[in-house]
Design a protein around this ligand. Structure first.
Ligand code: PLP
Length: 395
């Protein structure tokens, strides 16, 4: 008999994917350039030429047997050393290569981090609004995901609700900053307070609580700001990173877990992730891509288009009368819908060829997400459609 649990998941397809498929089909009717598709968080700028050159150089001059050979199961040592050194320089940490576990993107990193510090039946807490894939990621581990309601004023952490949700069964807390879908960048003050609460609760419960920090948007921060480094605030931190967004390499599937050297059992966690891989069938990202990213650790794609698009949309949306928290980073914005039912709101927007994602799957009612990793020209052309939509449906 086939597995009924996975079969049941077929009925609950991702809303974001469905909207993206609709946008593609609509594009075939009216030309995709006329569909204001804000559904998918797929980078719209190319990888930097330094990455292309690094890969060409590797393929032309490297040893083909090792380039295409198996990676050691804990990752290629010189790649891990280079990542550790880059993090130490940028964030004042003390990683060695032994604290770095290369993974297939942030998804692979989260899969290993979660399994390393929880077991089936444990509880993992995260904060709304949150990336909807967290639910299947956590389900796959056998742990239970608990959602803390959002702080709608600024999308930092709702500490009152967080403290109410904490209990001795919580083994890990999952954060994502800069945040998908809100664009919020957790401040140093938020991270300090979070760390204080976690330290208190570790003492009270008499066991570790790990912070799993999902940071694929770390470099996409606006107004010349920087994302404070969460592991700097709390010893028991597993940092999950991906080059999907910063180097525009989502299809190459490359990221890592960095285990804070000050964490409990820090020296065991990466080797344990190697054991977890044996069960997940994951087995390290491709050798060539590990080597390629290690050569361009100081680089990013030209990310400036995201800030340009954010400013255009923020000004347009506030001008129209939307209630919206200005994003500090990412390529998402998360305004309040003009009616309580976000699904109905986004359905109506489709009639104006505006593809907006309702907020329900992010754990918040009555909002919507726009992924503005699209051409600036299209963002500009979408503004009259947004104005018309708001006026005709809600004016
Ligand atoms: N976490 C968040 C918050 C994301 O937005 C994404 C992808 O969009 C991921 C994790 C997964 O990243 P990756 O594609 O690198 O696995």
């Amino acid at each position: 008999m086939i597995n009924e649990d996975y079969k049941a998941m077929l009925g609950g397809k991702s809303v974001i994917r469905e909207l993206s498929e609709y946008a593609t089909a609509r594009g075939k009717e009216i030309g995709y350039e006329n569909v204001f598709d804000y559904s998918l968080g797929n980078p719209s700028v190319p990888a930097p030429s330094a990455f292309t050159h690094a890969m060409v150089d590797l393929y032309e001059h490297g040893d083909p047997v090792s380039i295409h050979g198996y990676s050691p199961s804990l990752g290629i040592p010189e790649v891990k050393d280079a990542i550790a050194e880059s993090l130490n320089t940028r964030f004042g940490m003390t990683y060695t290569g032994n604290h770095i576990f290369p993974t297939t993107g942030a998804a692979g990193a989260l899969a290993h981090a979660m399994r390393a510090v929880t077991k089936p039946g444990d509880e993992i807490i995260t904060f709304a609004p949150y990336f909807p894939e967290y639910q299947p990621y956590v389900n796959g581990t056998g742990a239970k995901l608990t959602i803390v309601p959002a702080d709608l004023d600024n999308f930092q952490i709702n500490f009152e609700a967080f403290e109410a949700a904490l209990n001795p069964n919580v083994q890990a807390v999952l954060i994502n900053t800069p945040n998908n879908p809100s664009g919020a960048v957790y401040s140093a003050e938020t991270l300090r307070r979070l760390a204080d609460v976690l330290r208190d609760k570790q003492r009270e419960y008499g066991h570790d609580i790990f912070l799993i920090s999902d940071e694929p948007y770390r470099e996409i921060v606006f107004d010349g700001g920087k994302q404070a480094y969460p592991a700097k605030f709390y010893d028991n931190t597993l940092t999950c990173y991906s080059w999907s967004k910063s180097l525009s390499l989502p299809g190459e599937r490359i990221g890592y877990v960095a285990v804070n050297p000050a964490a409990t059992d820090a020296d065991l966690l990466v080797p344990m992730m190697g054991q977890i891989s044996r069960g997940t069938g994951h087995n390290c990202p491709p050798s060539s891509i590990q080597r390629g990213v290690a050569k361009v650790l100081g680089e990013t794609s030209d990310l400036s288009v995201y800030e340009t698009n954010m400013n255009l949309l923020y000004d347009a949306l506030t001008g129209i009368g939307f209630d919206v928290v200005r994003p500090g980073g990412t390529f998402y914005i998360f305004p309040k819908a003009l009616e309580a039912d976000a699904n109905a709101f986004c359905m109506k927007a489709k009639q104006y060829d505006l593809i907006l994602v309702p907020s329900n799957s992010f754990g918040v009612e009555g909002y919507f997400r726009m992924a503005y990793c699209i051409d600036t020209d299209k963002v500009k052309r979408s503004i009259p459609a947004l104005e018309r939509f708001a006026r005709e449906e809600y004016g």
